[in-house]
Design a protein around this ligand. Structure first.
Ligand code: UT7
Length: 338
């Protein structure tokens, strides 16, 4: 039976460290508020002068993942690039990355699934691999949030949360009798809540798509979020989707070695931990260091957990869960087995 397995993982976090204290220079906030409400202590942003896009961060993460997989770029049958902060409006960052990897005609698919980009991306890769349409897929989740945040008191509820970064995963189809690789996935969306977390401008539904006064007076080019509404949805939907994903894999929570949740808010993940009755060593969080890196958050966390030997790549069953803009929410069970 064909299974989709991970052959290599890589991450890249830009070097500009921004502590909570640093943010107090720009807005009325405090280290205490940010840590209490989100768990975040710091995040990393791309250089202030700009000229670094999601594909640039993705390129470095990809090279690491390719190296670990023992692949060269020409081995890739397809690129799937997840980001809500593409380098430019179009074409997608996947095309830009493809060129930067020195590839000539490898297909590149961008997906716009925000915090669940990892799930939609890997489920798509799994379907392509199992159908025989591709066998080696490079998935990249990368975000440059910092250039698009309202770093003033007006935008503080959103601005303090987000960090920049990229994660990359090399996925391959293998014929095996073992119950390994992607065991199950569950994807959901509810566009009813689209306005609860969104970035409106530039908008094709408006003509013109952008007007100077909308930038100055209304700031509609910055993300806006009803944090409490998203928070409440997460508390309900994450345990639900965890159960659905486990059921699909024929597993129970006790069969899981580690939960790697999307890193949106430490309190959300702690609430999930309580609901599922998980001991501390069975859930991995790194939002404290990196903030919320959206599509990059899970691949970055997976890479760090492997590096720290928290994930044993010879035998480890992981439950991934996430929820974010869309609204989208999802789960995936993956088993490393050697
Ligand atoms: O990955 C994307 C998905 N997104 C999420 O999962 C986000 C989920 N939601 C959250 O993480 C939380 O709702 C936030 C961290 C965004 C906000 O935390 P909260 O506990 O829901 O705070 P709040 O929005 O209810 O605001 C409480 C107070 C308000 O002041 P008043 O009205 O009580 O006077 C805010 O103006 O905190 C104020 N506030 C801040 N104060 C200091 C909001 N942001 C800040 C800030 N620093 N950065």
């Amino acid at each position: 039976m064909k299974r989709t397995v991970i052959k290599g993982v890589g991450r890249y976090i830009p070097e500009r460290l921004v502590t909570n204290e640093d943010l107090t220079k720009y807005m009325d906030t405090s280290d205490e508020w940010i840590q209490q409400r989100t768990g975040i202590k710091q995040r990393y942003w791309v250089p202030e002068e700009g000229n670094v896009g999601a594909s640039d961060l993705g390129l470095i993460a990809s090279k690491i993942a390719l190296d670990r997989a023992g692949w060269v770029p020409e081995d890739i049958d397809m690129i799937i690039f997840a980001t809500l902060s593409p380098d430019i409006f179009f074409p997608g960052s996947g095309c830009l990355l493809q060129y930067k990897l020195g590839l000539k005609s490898t297909p590149a698919l961008d997906i716009r699934q925000q915090c669940t980009g990892f799930f939609y991306g890997l489920a798509t890769a799994d379907a392509y691999i199992k159908s025989g349409m591709a066998n080696r897929i490079l998935f990249v989740g990368a975000e440059v949030h910092s250039t698009g945040l309202d770093i003033s008191t007006r935008g503080r509820d959103v601005a303090v949360i987000f960090g920049d970064g990229a994660g990359a995963i090399c996925l391959e189809g293998v014929e095996t009798d073992k119950n390994e690789g992607i065991l199950s996935s569950a994807l959901h969306a509810s566009g009813k809540y689209a306005d609860k977390l969104c970035l409106e401008l530039p908008a094709s539904r408006l003509n013109p798509r952008i007007k100077p006064e909308w930038l100055v007076d209304d700031c509609r080019h910055f993300p806006s979020m009803d944090g409490q509404a998203i928070f409440k949805q997460a508390l309900v939907k994450l345990p639900q989707v965890a159960k659905e994903t486990l059921d699909k894999a024929g597993l129970e929570i006790g069969d899981i070695d580690l939960v790697i949740p999307h890193q949106a808010n430490l309190r959300i993940n702690q609430a999930f931990q309580r609901t599922m009755n998980l001991p501390d060593e069975k859930i991995f969080n790194n939002i404290q260091k990196f903030g919320n890196t959206t599509a990059a958050s899970i691949p970055v966390a997976l890479d760090e957990a492997i590096e720290k030997n928290i994930v044993n790549v010879n035998n480890c069953t992981i439950l991934f869960i996430g929820l974010g803009a869309g609204l989208t929410w999802a789960g995936m069970v993956y088993r490393f087995l050697n």
